[in-house]
Write a protein that binds this ligand. Structure first.
Ligand code: ZN
Length: 86
C-alpha cells in the first residue's frame, strides 16, 4: 500500500523556512503570502505559500533548499500554465 504524496513534516518545515527567509514575500510577484497548514482539504487560496523549484525536478533540479523558493499558489500555477499552449 502506497501512501498518498502529501506535505510531509520535513517538506512543511522546508516550506516554512523558505517563507521566513523571504519574509513571506512571493518569489514571483513579491506580494505577501499566507500560511495554510498541511492537511488542508479545501480549495487552495491563491495567495497561500507553496514551494517552487528554481530548476525543475524534471530538468535535474534537486529538493535542496538552494533550489527551492516560496511562491504563491496562484503565481506558481500561472508560471507552470504558461508556455504550454498559449
Ligand atoms: Zn505571487
Amino acid at each position: 500500500m502506497r501512501r498518498r504524496r502529501r506535505d510531509s513534516v520535513k517538506g512543511r518545515k522546508k516550506r516554512l523556512s523558505l517563507c521566513r527567509k523571504q519574509a513571506w514575500k512571493c518569489a514571483i510577484c513579491g506580494d505577501e503570502m499566507i500560511w495554510i497548514p498541511s492537511g488542508y482539504e479545501g480549495t487552495p487560496e491563491d495567495n497561500h505559500a507553496t514551494t517552487e523549484h528554481v530548476v525543475p525536478y524534471a530538468n535535474g533540479g534537486s529538493f535542496a533548499l538552494t533550489n527551492l523558493v516560496a511562491a504563491h499558489y496562484k503565481c506558481n500555477h500561472d508560471r507552470h500554465a504558461r508556455g504550454r499552449s498559449g
